[in-house]
Design a protein around this ligand. Structure first.
Ligand SMILES: O=P(O)(O)O[C@H]1O[C@H](CO)[C@@H](O)[C@H]1O
Ligand SMILES: O=c1cc[nH]c(=O)[nH]1
Length: 234
């Protein structure tokens, strides 16, 4: 047990999928894992461990935002020995050619505000995905015919943005979408020599008035879960 995770030693798998939404964790565990067992529910942050095609997998919520993800990812890595961490999240599209329900594989994640930001002082550290996971995920998505974009994203520390100019500048520089966790996940993975990737489904459009309801964000993003699982064990 750790400060925020009630799992006993050995109850967390080396491969962990991390949605922000704990109910998406429950849905994905029930849909994709064999014999999913609830291993954490401290503060309502649900985590399940089961098997997928014979491989042990944990699906554990991260909560919203980098401070929350940082707590869970730190404990999963340092206390439970997680080796491969794949975020399965929703995101808002920042480009016209990126559409609702498309999948984005986050090659790099720009941010102005991760919890790790201060340790780098004057350096602008570039948080990047594990190349093996990224290339495996791209191959899986292509083989399945899933509309997928690979590139840079923005990990924002706010959902209600008072700086629309930031999104505009990132859009000018080809940034595909905005979410709120990947940059810190990539930075922690770099620090502890783990593998990390963010596989995202577009849930809404920043440039157009389009958005999916919460029920869809909770239970209809199966393609990204399948990409994450296949890439983890490729
Ligand atoms: O759907 P999840 O994985 O939570 O991801 C996105 O949704 C939340 C905001 O609504 C933030 O956590 C953002 O990153
Ligand atoms: O952070 C997020 C996540 C989904 N959609 C957004 O617009 N922002």
């Amino acid at each position: 047990m750790t400060f925020h995770i009630g799992a006993k030693p050995g109850e967390i798998a080396e491969t962990v999928l991390m949605p922000g939404d704990p109910y998406r964790a429950r849905w994905a565990a029930q849909k994709y894992l064999e014999n999913p067992v609830l291993v954490n529910e401290v503060r309502g942050m649900l985590g399940f461990t089961g098997t997928w095609r014979g491989h042990r997998v944990t699906i554990h919520g991260s909560g919203m935002g980098m401070p929350s993800l940082s707590i869970y990812a730190n404990e999963l890595i340092k206390d439970y020995g997680a080796q491969t961490l794949i975020r399965i999240g929703s995101a808002g599209a920042l480009q016209h050619h990126v559409n609702v329900r498309d999948v984005v594989l986050a090659q790099a994640a720009s941010t102005i505000g991760s919890p790790s930001r201060t340790i780098f002082r004057e350096v602008n550290f570039a948080p990047v995905a594990d190349f093996g996971l990224l290339s495996a995920a791209a191959k899986v998505a292509a083989a399945r015919g899933i509309t997928t974009h690979v590139g840079g994203i923005l990990s924002s520390d706010t959902f209600y943005d008072e700086r629309p100019d930031l999104g505009e500048q990132l859009q000018r520089h080809g940034c595909l979408c905005v979410e709120m966790e990947a940059a810190e996940l990539y930075t922690l993975a770099a620090r502890y020599q783990r593998r990390a990737l963010a596989v995202l489904t577009i849930s809404d459009h920043i440039l157009r008035d389009e958005a999916l309801p919460a029920s869809d964000r909770e239970t209809s993003f199966g393609a990204m879960v399948e990409i994450a699982l296949e890439a983890a064990f490729a």
